[in-house]
Design a protein around this ligand. Structure first.
Ligand code: ADP
Length: 475
C-alpha cells in the first residue's frame, strides 16, 4: 500500500485539501477583508464628501453655528449607523451627531489621512472601539473652514468578510467533495483493475498460469491491457505445455533406441546371443545408433532455425535443378519399392529467391515421406509450376494417406500417427516440423491435402526471383 498509486493519490489529495484550507485562511481571507474595508472606506468618504459640500455651499460657520446642525447630523448618522463630527479649522470638534457637545481637538488632521482617504483606528482613544473614518474638507471660496469626519464601526468590514467567506467555504467544500469523488471513481475504474493486473502478473511469473482472477470487462486501455496480459499468459502456458510435451517425446524417442542398444549389448555380454549371431545384432545396434544420430541432428537443426529468418542464406537459384537433384538421390529407394516418379515442370528453369540448402532439405523430407508412406508399385507425382507471381511445388503420393484426426498434428514435433509407426519405424516425427519451420521462416505457405487410404499431397510456395534467368547450377 505504501508506494501504491492509490496511496500517492490519497496523499496528493490530502496535500491539495490542506493547501486549499491554508490558502483560504492565510491568503483569501485577508484579501476579502481588505476588499470590504476599502469598500467601506469608500462609502464613508462619499458620505463625508457630500456633507462637506452641503456645509460649504451655505458658507457654514463651523465655529459659531455648528451646534445648530446637531439634529440634522443625528438623523443622517442614525440612518447610516455612523458617527459624524464637524471640526473647525483649529481642529476643535465643533459639533457631533451624538447630540452632545465635546470640547476636544484633533490636531493636525492632515497627518491622519496623509496615506489614504480613510483610516482604521480610534483617534487616540476618542472612539470606544476601532472605527473606519474618512474626512472631507468644508471649502468655500478657496478657503477651508473645517472638516466633516464620518466614523463607522470597523466590525461592518468583519461582518461583510464573514458573509463572503461563508460562500467561499461552501464552494471550497463542494470542490473538495467533488475531487474526493474523482479519486474514488479513479480507484474503481483504474486502480482496482491495475491491482488485479499486478496480482495476475505476479501469479503468472510464479508459473501459476491457471490463475483466473484477471477478469476485467471494460473496453478502455486497461481492459485491452488486461486482455493482452491474459492472452500472453495463455500463450506462455501453451508454450510451457508444448515444452513439457516436447521433453517427454524427446526422452521417449531417445530412450527406445538406447534401451534396444543396451538390451542387445547385454545379451551379447551374458552369452544370450551367441557369437555367430553377433553380425546380425551389431547391425541392429548400428542402425539404432544411426537413428539416435539423425534424431540429434534434427533436433539441432530445429533449434538453430527460427521464424525471424536470421539463419537463412537467401540467394537466387534454379528450383528445377534442385528438385531434379533431390529426386535423383532417391533412385535406390524408389527402385527397391518399384515406385515411379512422374515429374512435371512448367518451364526449363524457375529462378526462386530462397535458402537453397534448406529448401533442398524440405524437398528431401517431403519426398522421403511420400516414398515411405507409398505402397509398392505406385507412382509419386512431383510438379513445379508458376502461378500468380509464386512458384508452387507439389509432391503427391497414392499412399496410406492421413486421417482427419492426425492432419492438424503432423506438423508437431515428434508426431507420428499410429498407423505410420508400423510403416515407418525409423522416422523421428521431426521431418514435417523442420519443413514447416523452413517454409514459415521464408514467409511462405505449405498445405496438405490428404485422404486416408487414398494418398496425400503436400504443396508449398516459393518467392520468384526478380532476375529473369539464372545460370544452370547442376543437373
Ligand atoms: P518423420 O520424420 O518420422 O517422417 P514427419 O514429421 O515427417 O516424421 O511426419 C510426421 C507424420 O506425418 C508421419 O509419422 C506420418 O504419420 C504423417 N505423414 C507425413 N507424410 C506423410 C505422407 N506422405 N503420407 C502419409 N502420412 C504422412
Amino acid at each position: 500500500m505504501k508506494h501504491s498509486i492509490y496511496f500517492k493519490y490519497i496523499v496528493g489529495y490530502m496535500i491539495f485539501a490542506i493547501l486549499i484550507i491554508l490558502g483560504i485562511n492565510f491568503i483569501i481571507e485577508p484579501l476579502v477583508y481588505n476588499y470590504h474595508k476599502d469598500e467601506l472606506g469608500q462609502s464613508i468618504y462619499k458620505e463625508a464628501y457630500s456633507l462637506s459640500q452641503r456645509y460649504g455651499k451655505y458658507k457654514y460657520d463651523v465655529s459659531n453655528e455648528g451646534t445648530s446642525y446637531m439634529d440634522e447630523l443625528s438623523t443622517i448618522a442614525f440612518s447610516s449607523d455612523s458617527t459624524i463630527w464637524i471640526i473647525d479649522d483649529t481642529g476643535r470638534i465643533a459639533c457631533t451627531s451624538e447630540n452632545y457637545f465635546i470640547t476636544l481637538y484633533i490636531e493636525d488632521i492632515g497627518e491622519y489621512f496623509k496615506d489614504s482617504y480613510y483610516v482604521l483606528g480610534d483617534f487616540n482613544g476618542l472612539l470606544s472601539s476601532p472605527y473606519i473614518s474618512s474626512a472631507a474638507p468644508i471649502i468655500n471660496n478657496f478657503k477651508t473652514y473645517g472638516y466633516v469626519i464620518v466614523n463607522k464601526n470597523a466590525s461592518y468590514a468583519d461582518i461583510s468578510t464573514t458573509n463572503t467567506m461563508n460562500y467561499i467555504y461552501i464552494i471550497s467544500t463542494v470542490i473538495l467533495v467533488l475531487s474526493l469523488c474523482v479519486i474514488l471513481i479513479f480507484a474503481f475504474t483504474t486502480y482496482i483493475p491495475i491491482k488485479k493486473i499486478t496480482t495476475a502478473t505476479r501469479e503468472y511469473s510464479k508459473g501459476n498460469f491457471d490463475y483466473d482472477g484477471l477478469k476485467i470487462k471494460s473496453h478502455n486501455e486497461i481492459g485491452v491491457l488486461a486482455s493482452n496480459v491474459n492472452f500472453m499468459a495463455n500463450e506462455i502456458k501453451s508454450i510451457d505445455d508444448k515444452q513439457k510435451k516436447f521433453i517427454a517425446n524427446c526422452s521417449h524417442d531417445f530412450r527406445s533406441p538406447l534401451t534396444s542398444i543396451k538390451g542387445y549389448l547385454e545379451a551379447m555380454l551374458d552369452g544370450t546371443i551367441p557369437p555367430e549371431m553377433y553380425d546380425k545384432y551389431l547391425n541392429i545396434v548400428l542402425s539404432e545408433a544411426e537413428r539416435l544420430n539423425s534424431l540429434t541432428s534434427s533436433l539441432l537443426t530445429l533449434n538453430t532455425w527460427n521464424n525471424s529468418g536470421q539463419a537463412l542464406d537467401i540467394i537466387d537459384f534454379d528450383i528445377i535443378s534442385v528438385v531434379r537433384d533431390t529426386i535423383l538421390s532417391f533412385e535406390g529407394q524408389c527402385s527397391k519399392k518399384k515406385i515411379t516418379m512422374d515429374v512435371t515442370y512448367g518451364a526449363k528453369s524457375y529462378a526462386v529467391n530462397a535458402d537453397q540448402i534448406k529448401i533442398q532439405q524440405v524437398l528431401y523430407n517431403l519426398i522421403d515421406n511420400a516414398i515411405k508412406f507409398s505402397h509398392s508399385n505406385s507412382t509419386i507425382y512431383v510438379s513445379v509450376l508458376d502461378k500468380n507471381e509464386k512458384i508452387f511445388i507439389s509432391i503427391k503420393d497414392n499412399g496410406i494417406g492421413i486421417s482427419k484426426d492426425s492432419i492438424n498434428k503432423i506438423w508437431d514435433r515428434f508426431y507420428k500417427s499410429d498407423i505410420s509407426r508400423g510403416k515407418d519405424k525409423t522416422g523421428s516425427g521431426l521431418g514435417l516440423s523442420i519443413v514447416k519451420e523452413v517454409i514459415t521462416s521464408h514467409n511462405e505457405n505449405i498445405n496438405v491435402i490428404s485422404t486416408e487410404g487414398v494418398g496425400s499431397e503436400f504443396i508449398f510456395t516459393l518467392q520468384k526471383s526478380k532476375k529473369n534467368s539464372l545460370p544452370i547450377i547442376s543437373s
